[in-house]
Write a protein that binds this ligand. Structure first.
Ligand code: C2E
Ligand code: CA
Ligand code: CA
Length: 542
């Protein structure tokens, strides 16, 4: 039986009789069974078979007596060893030939691979797949209450960006250590990826979990040692409870995620327990934005901008959304959600393209007409922002000097080199930038001279505030005059926003403001209404 070829492949070949007494062991098999000093050759196969595998082995023989194969554990050199056994019947001798391959290496590698597949390499915590398994098992075996908390670190990206990924990794490991200390023996902790963790509180309802999670907030709030400076992080947490907020893994996690997202929006570093009514509204908004982009539910209105002689010189494009279920949704509502959901780069590019194509049409009536388009800070975060803008301008075939991008102070303050490069490159092409909501950002003014900005937009709040009675109104007027003078002194133009009354207009004109935009001169309107005005003007001067 033991041919030279088989000898090389097989670790042992045995022949056993009807009572499983071993009648023959191949030579390599004899060596294989006696690797350690003092080891003796086995005399009966069943006696070296692992107790849990005996029944399976006998079942195999019963069901396919001529030939079968199976994996078994046998005792060899005092150790249990996984082997692959292939058996052939020798009818004439009433014996079986057992060809044995040692597969214990594979089995341990298997276990190691399985472990790797179920654990997060960095922190050693169970990963997403393993968490699902744990929850599924938990749901099958027990019915009592438990809570799922989804954690997302606040400020982690900053650590990664300013101190590098190695430091980011160290923070995640340190966070794991801090949180582990707060868990009971029954509780589970997992890492979903990035800076997202899940805690499973066994036997606790959401309220009790909420209580326990306060300690988590404190633990994360302690400074992290990220030389040369300490980093301060927070954590936004959402909690869902079984069975009240979900009866399976994905429902529980989804609802915990929704609640976490509420924590983020409410100012971060807090715990929110899932509430079905409140959560559903926003959840559907997020999904509906996604669909709405595809369904063509978004469009732009244009709010006219006038110079102080009341000539129409330009417009600001303002995004609008009419959803079949939700009705009209204001940009103040949907833009933060789109930003958070990662939809803003796409939506922003859409808006720019829409506005530029409209500008091309306006130019047939008024070649100098200027279009202002809002740009969200997250759009600057994308690598190719400047290229996208240039591409859109080329596609729409417009004069870049007639496009103004409105950016906020926060875009400039968080100004990375990347942002500055994008601004410079676009400025080179002739595109101008305006600081939106000027004066609301508590920021340093140095960027005004450092970056290629061409105008500021005084926020509506300042314009409204000049109508306050007594000395407050007077100082607010002085403030506006000061802003205008400051801007002019460094060659910036000034647009006043939210101008609603003739008195405000008169004051701004006196103070040498350049443009106004507000309900007094015109609400945001359809492109056709702007075109009508341009048409009328063109006819009047013809
Ligand atoms: P914003 O850029 O400050 O736009 C001006 C907002 O003030 C507009 O609100 C406009 O309708 C409103 N407004 C203008 N004049 C008056 C007035 O005299 N009185 C009053 N009470 N309000 C006036 P809207 O359209 O709701 O836009 C809100 C914000 O949404 C915008 O503020 C802007 O930050 C954002 N947004 C709108 N469209 C876009 C867009 O395409 N992209 C980005 N990134 N943001 C946009
Ligand atoms: Ca704006
Ligand atoms: Ca504004």
């Amino acid at each position: 039986m033991s041919t030279p070829t088989l000898d090389r492949v097989l670790d042992a070949v045995l022949r056993v009789d009807a009572a499983y007494d071993i009648r023959f062991i191949s030579e390599p098999g004899q060596r294989w069974f006696t690797r350690v000093p003092g080891a003796v050759l086995p005399s009966n196969f069943l006696s070296i078979l692992h107790a849990d595998d005996v029944a399976r082995f006998q079942q195999c023989i019963a069901s396919s007596p001529d030939s079968f194969s199976c994996d078994l554990r046998i005792l060899r050199n005092d150790h249990n060893c996984w082997v692959h056994v292939r058996s052939y019947r020798l009818p004439a001798l009433h014996q079986l030939v057992l060809c044995i391959i040692d597969i214990s290496m594979w089995k341990t590698e298997d276990a190691a691979l399985r472990r790797a597949a179920e654990h997060d390499e960095l922190t050693g915590l169970p990963n997403r797949a393993s968490l699902k398994k744990t929850v599924d098992q938990r749901l099958q075996t027990a019915s009592g209450v438990f809570s799922v908390a989804l954690l997302d670190l606040d400020g982690f990206k900053k650590v990664n960006d300013s101190y590098g990924h190695a430091m980011g990794d160290a923070v995640l490991v340190e966070t794991t250590k801090r949180l582990r200390k707060l868990l009971g023996p029954e509780d589970t902790m997992a890492r979903l990826g990035g800076d997202e963790f899940v805690l499973l509180f066994e036997g606790k309802n959401a309220l009790a979990a909420h209580q326990a999670l306060k300690k988590v907030l404190l633990a994360v709030a302690r400074p992290y040692d990220t030389a040369p400076h300490n980093a301060y992080l927070g954590v936004s947490i959402g909690v869902a409870e079984y069975p009240q907020h979900g009866t399976d893994y994905s429902m529980l996690l989804k609802n915990a995620d929704t609640a976490m997202y509420y924590s983020k929006n409410a100012g971060k570093n807090r715990v929110t327990v899932f509430e079905p009514t409140k959560a559903n509204v926003d959840f559907s908004i997020k999904a509906a934005i996604h669909d709405g982009i595809q369904e063509g539910e978004f469009y732009m209105d244009y709010q006219p901008q006038y110079d102080m002689a009341r000539q129409l010189v330009g417009a600001e494009a303002l995004m609008r959304w009419r959803n079949r279920n939700l009705g009209r949704v204001g940009p103040d509502q949907f833009i933060p959600i789109a930003e958070e959901a990662g939809l803003m780069p796409f939506l922003g590019k859409w808006a720019l393209r829409y506005a530029c194509h409209q500008l091309k049409k306006f130019h047939t009536l008024a070649p100098d007409f200027v279009m202002s388009v809002n740009v969200s800070p997250v759009q600057f975060g994308s690598d190719s922002f400047d290229e996208q803008v240039i591409e859109v301008i080329q596609e729409a075939d417009i004069d870049p000097t007639r496009l103004i991008l409105e950016i906020t102070e926060s875009t400039l303050m968080s100004s990375q080199e990347k942002t500055e490069r994008a601004l410079a490159r676009l400025r080179e092409k002739g595109i101008r930038f305006s600081i939106d909501d000027f004066g609301t950002g508590f920021s340093s003014l140095s960027y005004l001279t450092r970056l290629p900005v061409s105008s500021i937009k005084i926020d509506k709040a300042f314009v409204t505030a000049m109508d306050e009675g007594g000395s407050a109104g007077t100082s607010n007027k002085k403030l506006i005059t000061a802003m205008i003078n400051l801007a002019h002194s460094i060659d910036l133009k000034v647009v006043a926003e939210g101008v609603e009354t003739e008195a405000q207009f008169a004051f701004l004109k006196d103070a040498r403001c350049n443009l106004v935009q507000g309900y007094l001169t015109g609400r945001p309107m359809a492109a056709a209404d702007i075109a009508k005005q341009l048409q009328a003007h063109a006819e009047a001067i013809a």
